[in-house]
Write a protein that binds this ligand. Structure first.
Ligand code: PEP
Ligand code: CO
Length: 452
């Protein structure tokens, strides 16, 4: 597989390179101890699952299926609670069912979940009450509270992150395996929030249509659905804290190379993708499928070199190019990138992240996104891929199953004044439950325009 390319690589060879977005831990001894402990703990996922996801992504690259990647911008340790996890699984399953039903192709579900605990920031420090303190970088690195001293990077958090990811994953697997995901009972999907939505009737029809299809198949082939009770669900996070990810990067018996066994897929953030940087060094050695965020500022030649570096054997299903340009920039930048990638013959999965280029602050200083801007980037992405004869095979969304008020717009018309009602995110604003279902309908419509 990646043996040749991985010469001079090992899980910690990144330490020889300049590293961005990872603060110095003041207590190096404690860091070393936490790292060694983490190295000895059992893997969260298996190489078989990782290979299976890669095969499924190869189908996406070939235009046979669709990738739905979504979840929190930043998970917090405190939110490792049943209702949060249930709601997240629910919204991801329901949005995927909408896509499957509307598009008629398989959907690969990848959550930003069970490890999405580290965040890039624009500055290392901030001043609070005249004192300079570390910026909050996600629960995997430090705490959010600005007064209590928890902003100092603490290596113990690497272990807490592992445990919280393990608990989340355990519950997620149980939910996805039995009962909850059961296609026999789409009537149990909660529709309360949808009642005011202009798509409510369509959504209800869709649920009825799935229920009918299930009954029909059951009546002619009663055993078919025992396997349908299980749904595939994969995990992903930004591999930003390289101590966390490299401690869980290991060889496995009878397979070449190394796997990051903390998640099925990891992605390289828009701010850490320098060719000679530590993150790219780490990413070039792992067998997992990897996402690459591409948005301003970026350079076509460097992006091509990056894809070549991370996937020298041009393996299908290995690279997911996640474009996040912003609704105004996408028209200028995406066509050229598509042509360049095609010229090189790289078999990438194209995915659109319509969230990260469309964030703004309200006059009152609240970080938000407008549903219409998000939709506008989705529409442009589909239109551009359609015009270029290329397959847009996925979307990357920040969403939650909770009824939060973080993004304005959507059919329920949340306005800026309403944002304070239930604004929970520690980081970027997410689509709430209803906005997510609505977005899924609209994504499916755009896809159908392009590919049916
Ligand atoms: C993110 O996905 O939360 C993120 C920080 O994205 P990007 O690297 O594209 O800015
Ligand atoms: Co984000």
């Amino acid at each position: 597989m990646q043996e040749v390319a991985n010469k001079n690589w090992n899980p910690t060879s990144w330490k020889q390179k300049p590293v961005k977005q990872l603060p110095e831990y003041p207590d190096q001894q404690k860091l070393e101890e936490a790292f060694e402990t983490l190295k000895g703990l059992p893997p969260l996922v298996t190489s078989w699952e990782i290979d299976a996801l890669k095969n499924k992504l190869a189908d996406v690259a070939a235009g046979k299926s669709f990738l739905l990647q979504g979840g929190d911008c930043a998970e917090s340790f405190d939110a490792t609670k049943a209702p949060k996890i249930v709601n997240m699984v629910k919204v991801l399953l329901q949005t995927s069912f909408i896509l499957i039903h509307e598009m008629g192709v398989p959907v690969v579900r990848v959550g930003r979940i069970a490890g999405q605990y580290a965040k890039p920031r624009s500055s290392d420090f901030e001043t609070v009450n005249g004192k300079e303190i570390h910026n909050y970088r996600g629960d995997l690195i430090n705490g959010y509270e600005s007064e209590s001293g928890v902003r100092t990077p603490d290596p113990e958090r690497l272990l807490e992150g592992y445990h919280k990811a393990g608990l989340t994953l355990n519950f997620l697997r149980a939910l996805a395996d039995e009962g909850f995901a059961d296609l026999h009972h789409p009537e149990q999907w909660e529709l309360d929030f949808m009642q005011n939505n202009e798509y409510y009737a369509e959504y209800e029809d869709m649920v009825k249509s799935i229920t009918k299809a299930v009954r029909f198949v059951e009546s002619i082939a009663p055993d078919t659905f025992s396997t349908l009770q299980k749904v595939d669900f994969y995990t992903s996070h930004e591999a930003l804290n390289l101590y966390y990810d490299s401690a869980q990067t290991r060889p496995v018996p009878r397979k070449p190379g190394h796997f990051n066994l903390s998640a099925h897929m990891v992605w390289l953030g828009n701010r850490t993708r320098e060719l000679d940087g530590a993150h790219v060094e780490y990413f070039r050695g792992i067998n997992n499928p990897v996402g690459i965020k591409v948005g301003p500022p970026f350079n076509i030649d460097e992006t091509l070199k990056l894809i070549e570096t991370l996937n020298p054997n041009h393996e299908a299903g290995k690279i997911v190019l996640i474009t996040r340009f912003g609704k105004n920039v996408i028209e200028d930048d995406l066509p050229e990138l598509i042509r360049a990638v095609r010229r090189e013959g790289f078999p990438v999965v194209w995915s659109s992240d319509p969230m990260h280029g469309n964030t703004f602050n309200t006059d009152g200083g609240i970080k938000t996104r407008n549903f219409d801007d998000i939709l506008s980037e989705v529409r442009s992405a589909f239109a551009i891929h359609r015009a270029e004869g290329s397959y847009l095979g996925g979307v990357h969304l920040e969403l939650t199953g909770d009824n939060v008020t973080e993004c304005v717009g959507g059919a329920n018309g949340l306005d800026e004044k309403g944002l304070n009602r239930n604004y929970e995110t520690f980081c970027d604003p997410r689509l709430n439950y209803e906005q997510s279902l609505e977005m899924a309908f609209l994504v499916a419509r755009e896809w159908k325009k392009s590919y049916l």
